[in-house]
Design a protein. Sequence first.
Lengths: 123, 220
Amino acid sequence: MFAKVLLVDDEKDFLDIMAERMGARGMDVSTTTSAETALKMVQTESYDVVIMDFLMPEMDGFRALKLFKETRPDVQIILLTANVPEEKCIEAIKLGAMDVIEKPADLNLLTQKIEEAKARKLK
Amino acid sequence: MSAKADIIAETGLQFFGKISASISHELKNVMAIVNENAGLLEDLTAMAEQGRPLDPARLKLMAAAVQKQVGRADKILNSMNRFAHTIDATVAEVDLNQTIELFMALTDRFILMRGIKVDLQLPDQPLKIPTAPYFLINLLWLCLDFAMSASGDDKQVRLEVEKTEDSIRIRFRQLEGLTEVLLKTFPSGRENSLLAVLEAALAAEPERREIVLRLPRSGL
């Protein structure tokens, strides 16, 4: 069984190409440019992992992280973001993020993390 | 250095850092998209080596996607370059319209992150004024930052520029959440120090839901 992934990023061009590449690797990928929509999607669907940009319009990354974890404590969250200071990464991990990966990311590394996230969720 | 000069130096450096961080973030986003296009090209090449033919239409789309990001990066870097040169001379004659357009380009991401819509109304004609360009952009940001906090549920700010006989008025309007309580913290020492350098004045008019920045048209 391949991982079911929700990709959240306000950069539509980035979302589209990531979804295409991850889909070609057999993952079941859904996308949205809005953190609020992502929250609704997580309420109605069970994803193995949410891969989310940390800095998004409308919702601060920490707040989004808290809400995702409150809604679905078992969902694994990987933050994929351009530039986040180290102290914020540590704070994000404390709040329940599985990992923080910097853009531009290596898709092979990200795929490993997704598999790890799926295994954690199944535990 | 005087206390005022200290405040200006600190505020100015903080602003330079804020804009630099935003630019680096934007450029990383651009690089991420270019990187994924390169990755997709690798994926398609690997598939072609296994016998799946390359689709020229798909390759064209990828080339267009990369070109789009190069254009985006070029705009970001042009703004960064113009911003860096605003420190060249303490005082210079500028076209205020161009300065405000540069300011909007530099702060666009912060506005987007706050979910605010800024409606910009500039005069049709160029507005040449002698000013301290870097400090002006810094002060415009502090005013807009405050205006966004005071925009209330409407999440809209109207930014208008008007010429009077002896001054330029930059009005931040439609501040539906502007209250006396908010105005207890604004303008603070930072804004007042920059206002002094620019020989400018700031007036808050809660009943009209606006703050007005007045800049001199001559002197400085």
